[in-house]
Design a binder for this molecule. Structure first.
Ligand code: CP3
Length: 357
């Protein structure tokens, strides 16, 4: 067993005692860092960066060189999976992700297959292995995937959407077709996450970025039920260590009890949720990850520290909290404010434990 020298993040996910609250940030390797932009320029494009394990490893480590983060996250994207299914992912400048062949025709849906992760997604697994070697057990490495529903949104809409009209038309008119897609995605995500675990990922996170746009009834049937099957199919242990899982439905605050019941170790919170209330609802079952508004990082360093401190205080004493943002960090964030955030979380949570003891 190769335990990371700093395993605070893994212990917090398992609700074991920690000396302080661990912190990492969604999209911590990204465009707000000038060194990331430099490497991306060298790579040529975002997808070339993802497909080059050596460069993906380089950018994964960049935020860890600047800040005292308690975890690294694999540099990749959730849309590599539908790309490996043959949908043709590309990034139009300033428009976000797009697919050349969105999934709409019944024959194409029937032909959809879960990719062998060791085939078209080998570059991701090579990156995981290379990052683990480079980290040399300093901090744990997080692997990730999109949820079946969130992947389906991009696959069917063909890119980002503001009303989800195409996928929701299918949901209400042809639920059988949508269920078929979600079924294939569930197999794909389970195999993909297990392959990441085999390659060295020490925790895994499922990003359900769009589950929150579903109606109350549809959320369980079209998003949560499939994530439950994935969690049940994940390797719980690798190389003698538990591999905790985190499930994050953005906009899922009203479903915390249901999410906490699917067997995951931790539940992600966006910034609309009161973390104290969330803890009293599900904190005896799961750890919580979140929940600062990414826009709070635009305030002065002092106010950033104050906001972070308020969240640490609201969670309260004891383990089971992984500090994070409620969504990815904005590309316009001043890098120095992240230093203020990370230091405030570490210092204040240490103090809180001392006064509680
Ligand atoms: O957290 C990390 O540092 C790991 C890397 C990571 C990226 N994307 C890198 C990335 C992770 C975990 C993701 C997840 C992801 N990707 C999600 C789920 C989380 C969320 O944000 O809701 C989604 C929906 C995507 C799809 C995606 N990829 C979008 C919508 C975009 C465009 C966003 C934008 O700001 O333009 C991407 C591109 C992307 N993925 C970037 C990064 C760093 C920016 C690309 C660039 O360098 O040009």
């Amino acid at each position: 067993m190769t335990k990371p020298r700093n395993d605070t993040f893994l212990r917090a996910l398992l609700r074991q005692p920690t000396e302080y609250t661990p912190v990492w940030l969604m999209r911590q390797a990204g465009r707000y860092l000038p060194e990331y932009c430099e490497t991306r320029r060298r790579a040529g494009s975002f997808m070339d960066l993802c497909r080059n394990p050596h460069l993906a490893c380089e950018v994964t480590l960049q935020p860890l060189a600047r800040y005292e983060l308690d975890a690294a996250i694999l540099f990749s994207d959730i849309l590599t999976v539908p790309d490996a299914m043959g949908l043709g992912l590309y990034f139009a400048e300033g428009e976000g992700p797009k697919f050349e062949r969105p999934l709409r025709e019944e024959w194409a849906i029937r032909d959809l297959e879960a990719p062998d992760p060791y085939g078209h997604l080998r570059y991701v697994l090579d990156a995981v292995a290379e990052i683990r070697r480079a980290l040399d057990n300093a901090v744990p490495l997080i692997g990730f995937s999109g949820s079946p529903f969130t992947l389906a949104c991009y696959m069917i809409e063909g890119g980002a959407s503001d009303d989800y009209r195409t996928i929701k038309t299918m949901l209400y008119d042809r639920p059988d077709l949508l269920h078929h897609i979600l079924e294939v995605n569930t197999r794909a995500v389970t195999d993909y996450l297990n392959a990441q675990i085999e390659s060295g990922a020490q925790a895994v996170m499922i990003f359900d970025s769009w589950g929150g746009v579903l109606s109350h009834r549809a959320y369980r049937e079209f998003s949560l039920a499939y994530m439950e099957r994935i969690v049940a199919g994940l390797k719980r242990e690798h190389a003698g260590a538990r591999v905790p899982s985190i499930v994050f439905t953005k906009g899922g605050g009203q479903w915390l009890e249901q999410i906490a019941a699917i067997g995951c170790d931790a539940v992600g919170l966006d910034w609309t949720v009161d973390i104290a209330e969330a803890r009293s609802r599900v904190g005896n079952k799961v750890a919580l990850q979140g929940n600062m508004d990414p826009m709070a990082l635009f305030a002065s360093p002092e106010n950033v520290a104050d906001e972070a401190t308020r969240i640490v205080e609201a969670y309260g004493p004891g383990s089971g909290h992984v500090f994070n943002l409620g969504h990815g960090i904005s590309q316009f964030t001043p890098p120095a404010n992240v230093t203020s955030l990370v230091n405030a979380v570490h210092e204040h949570s240490r103090k809180l434990r001392q006064t509680a003891a």
